[in-house]
Design a protein around this ligand. Structure first.
Ligand SMILES: Cc1cc2nc3c(=O)[nH]c(=O)nc-3n(C[C@H](O)[C@H](O)[C@H](O)COP(=O)(O)OP(=O)(O)OC[C@H]3O[C@@H](n4cnc5c(N)ncnc54)[C@H](O)[C@@H]3O)c2cc1C
Length: 389
């Protein structure tokens, strides 16, 4: 049986591992965390609506379900020419027929970033946000700034959706506690139209929501530096804040660039349409670590990472002649699909493709749908139910 090595046990890597098993490969998965982290539902950790454990799918359970070998370790270096991979604890591993890179992305470094926390950071960071929020709640008042940054070198690596979700969820939570009037919530972003990739309708709806919920907005101003007590903009105006919840744009995983693999200017690994790394026969990449090429509104998303995982397994099997059919391209699957949550008020179902841009408000039920998606995600990752979308 041919052997495949998947590096990174997140949303895309886990799906690549499942799909490769289904195609009959012997799969080893290396990941530094002992669990798959379901980022889309982690937005409820800060408000206590979900516990950190509910967001984690143990990789030992996952690997048993799919008969996959799991190694918990950190990848420190990849030798693309020899196929050897160096792990922090276990040293060198090798002898695999295929390597699939699924290491995700890291955050772009910005001045004073240590004074901020991000909902798109490590799982521990989401817990820290919760603690800091609780401190403000105890005080009974506070100024919270929510923002996200842009990446001029790769526009697909901007993550705004979860920041809006966190903002609306915190707003809802503070209202429920009866302290919203004594709290000041401000949204900030350096681009003039943050959220525009979802289309004009979405931008209008966001503006209406900001007005309705009394959320201040500062957009189109570059950020100079984050200070302990606020955000300094390039025009030297200062936004005072007790808590800064900021998500910088993404950047390529350093292990990939340091291993001499081909990358774009932002450090994301270059792949062809079949997800194969440029210049290498047996190395593929999926999800956030890859340079995605598509229309200007393209974004790195979990559902695309999963589709890429499936495509990799399919294309490997077709290239080997084990399976009949055409090679598949990830580009046909580029769209934006997200349920932007606003707490128990509901959510907005956002969809963007070449043909369509829509945002459908779904009061209350939208929130329930996202919760159900969390349950569904866990069940299909553990092989208890089939994956349907
Ligand atoms: C808060 C939040 C909400 C989101 N909501 C949505 C949504 O509603 N819909 C949607 O489609 N997308 C959403 N996304 C985006 C989605 O989560 C990502 O696109 C997706 O996780 C990408 O999958 P991935 O496998 O490429 O990376 P990841 O899921 O980040 O997985 C990377 C894995 O690699 C491991 N790893 C990293 N470095 C190493 C190393 N050196 N050695 C070993 N292992 C390593 C990590 O521990 C991790 O397990 C959201 C993201 C965030 C942060």
């Amino acid at each position: 049986m041919k052997k495949a090595l998947v590096l990174g046990g997140g949303i895309g890597g886990s799906q690549a591992a499942i799909a490769l098993r289904r195609e009959g490969y012997n799969v080893t998965l290396v990941s530094n965390r002992p669990y798959i982290y379901a980022y889309p539902i982690s937005i409820w950790i800060p408000t206590g609506e979900i516990s950190p454990e509910d967001v984690r799918i143990p990789l030992d359970e996952f690997s048993k379900s799919w008969n996959i070998e799991f190694i918990q370790d950190e990848v420190v270096r990849i030798e693309p020419e020899t196929g050897k991979v160096h792990l922090k604890e276990k040293g060198e591993i090798g002898g695999y027929d295929y390597i699939v890179l699924a290491l995700g992305q890291v955050k772009r470094k910005e001045k004073g970033i240590e004074n901020t926390l991000s909902i798109c950071g490590t799982p521990e960071e989401a817990i820290k946000i919760r603690e800091r929020l609780q401190e403000l709640i105890k005080k009974g008042e506070g100024r919270i700034a929510f923002g996200f940054g842009g990446n001029p070198k790769d526009k697909t690596a901007v993550r705004g959706g979860p920041v809006f979700e966190l903002l609306f969820n915190v707003d809802y939570y503070l209202r429920k506690l009866g302290i919203r009037e004594r709290s000041e919530l401000t949204f900030f972003a350096p681009m003039p139209k943050p959220g525009e990739r979802l289309g004009e309708k979405a931008l209008k709806m966001l503006d209406e929501l900001f007005r309705k919920y009394n959320i201040n907005k500062i957009t189109g101003k570059k950020i100079k530096e984050f200070k302990e007590n606020g955000v300094l903009f390039e025009d030297d105006t200062f936004l005072e804040a007790d808590l800064i919840l900021y998500t910088p744009a993404g950047w390529g995983h350093p292990v990939i660039a340091e291993s001499g693999l081909p990358t774009n200017e932002a450090g994301f690994v270059k792949i062809d349409e079949t997800c194969r790394v440029e210049g290498f026969e047996n190395i593929y990449a999926v999800g956030d670590c890859a340079a995605i090429e598509g229309p200007p509104w393209t974004a790195k998303q979990g559902h695309l990472a999963e589709v890429m995982g499936e495509i990799v397994a399919h294309n490997i099997a077709v290239r080997e002649g084990r399976k009949k059919g055409e090679l598949k391209s990830y580009k046909e699957h580029i769209n934006i699909l997200c349920l932007m949550d606003m707490g128990w008020r509901g959510g907005g179902l956002a969809y963007r493709s070449d043909k369509r841009a829509m945002l459908i408000p779904i009061p209350v039920l939208g929130h329930i749908m996202k919760k159900l998606w969390g349950v569904y995600f866990k069940l299909y990752k553990l092989g208890r139910i089939p994956k349907i979308i």
